[in-house]
Design a protein. Sequence first.
Length: 126
Amino acid sequence: MKIKYLKNLSEDKVVDWGNGNSFRFLTKSDNLPFSITKTIVNKGTTSKLQYLNHIEACYCISGKGMVRSKGESCEIVPDTLYIPENDEHELLASDEEDLVLMCIFSPALNGDEKHKLSKDGYSTYQ
């Protein structure tokens, strides 16, 4: 059985991904086919994202925001699950508070991935 506590994660498992922090609970080194992260999206930020090599599912723990993809928008509030489906999408956190998400990635992340965010294009993990 694996048990992990946020307070015990090593520094290399806490990654500034560009517009917040990602706490990498499970990564490729855990020898599982998926990763689990607690992701903080800083309030008032917009992140243009795309995953070419991973499938991601995000469950909102707290905060508010919006995800936009292919001309559609969906409000994110606590107890919302969304799956970007490997396409370009924008993640917007409200100006009021940080957006807190639990994310599952498949295949597993190495653990050191970061985004290179830009207003001109979409950032992806390679």
